[in-house]
Design a protein around this ligand. Structure first.
Ligand code: COI
Length: 350
């Protein structure tokens, strides 16, 4: 199906001025992609000027959190052009999230039309500085106006974009969250749904008062092993090996996580996906066996962890950033920004 391009898109793009300071997700590109699904049938995609949405106050998304999203980036590629990084992984993950919330999966071709069209029309808005990019935010929500707790007969899919810096540049101070949980056993932890992030806010508000940046979530079942951060996966370097929590149903399967595992193995590191006991880990930080730890995600890329706060105590990895995080960050960005050969076939030109 061909994509409808609203004639007002051209003037929206012409009128856009890129601010000097980007931040993350603060500046919105002046266009958006939309498609509507009514009783299982998808409309054609449309590229429209960016504008507020008209939502019925009884729309299910507003009451029952029927919403899921993706985070991905369009990169300025050395030598010219714009590239997407493993977009098919985001399309597949959105199918998983939609199915978990009983929404119609966005067909891969429609998802790709959305992210490609927005990236192509916004090609001049993709920042050129390394580590900056056009952050893409596809999202899907149930819009049927009906207060019964039931699946939505109408869903809307959008792609918006934001020229952005990395989510959390610099080192991160983590708070080991022993009280709240981000996800429940059998819940939505492995789906990218808005409710997971809403559930993280109270912990983050409390830890910010204590001078920390992010919560380190423990598994909701055992309250003992590390799951992830709110929008990032976790890695520790132990005796030169990379350790990351194994996927267990309450961890989001990060595209950056998966890519770093592959990249690290290719660079000769041993990588282990396993349960990581928090008390053991803190002991290993204290004894120096765990020299570095970092978080990773599409928005964040790689953020070194300088402190783990746990109750009244603090544990500091010897190196933040450490050499492994720095090497992996450079190797990943070299592929994404076109300075290194794409030996895994991860990049797609827009
Ligand atoms: C991403 O890395 O794209 C994310 O979705 C994290 C975001 C919640 C800031």
């Amino acid at each position: 199906m061909s994509i409808y391009i609203d004639p007002a898109v051209a003037s929206s793009l012409r009128g856009f001025e890129m601010p000097e300071k980007l931040g993350f997700g603060k500046v919105m590109a002046p266009v958006m992609f939309r498609a509507v699904c009514q009783d299982g049938c998808w409309s054609r995609g449309e590229l429209l000027p960016y504008a507020p949405l008209a939502l019925d106050p009884a729309a299910k998304v507003l009451h029952y959190a029927q919403s899921c999203f993706e985070g991905m980036k369009a990169y300025r590629v050395q030598g010219g052009g714009v590239g997407l990084f493993r977009p098919e992984r985001n399309a597949a993950r959105m199918v998983h999230s939609a199915e978990r919330l009983c929404m119609p999966p966005v067909p891969e071709s429609l998802f790709m039309d959305g992210v490609r069209t927005v990236s192509a029309y916004c090609a001049n808005l993709v920042p050129a500085n390394s580590g900056e990019s056009l952050y893409l935010r596809p999202f899907l929500m149930g819009t049927q106006p009906d207060l019964s707790v039931s699946t939505s007969s109408t869903c809307e899919f959008y792609v918006i974009a934001s020229p952005s810096e990395a989510y959390h540049p610099g080192n991160m101070r983590l708070w080991v969250e022993r009280e709240n949980a981000r996800a429940a056993l059998g819940g939505t932890g492995d789906s990218k749904v808005g409710g997971n992030y809403a559930a993280s806010l109270l912990s983050v508000a409390r830890l910010k008062e204590r001078g920390y940046d992010q919560s380190l979530w423990l598994n909701p079942g055992n309250r003992r092993t590390v799951d992830e951060l709110s929008g990032m996966n976790f890695f520790a370097v132990l005796d030169g090996e990379l350790h990351t929590p194994a996927l267990n149903g309450s961890i989001l399967e990060g595209v950056t996580r998966d890519s770093l595992i592959e990249l690290a193995r290719d660079l000769g590191y041993r990588v282990r996906e396993r349960e990581i006991d928090i008390d053991e880990l803190l002991g290993q930080v204290e004894s120096g066996r765990c020299e570095e730890a970092f978080a990773c995600g599409t928005a964040a890329i790689i953020s070194p962890i300088s402190v783990f706060g746990d109750g009244e105590r603090e544990y500091r990895p010897a190196k933040a950033p450490g050499p492994v995080a720095e090497r992996l960050r450079a190797a990943l960005l070299d592929i994404q920004e076109g300075r290194a050969e794409d030996r895994f076939g991860w990049m797609q030109a827009v």
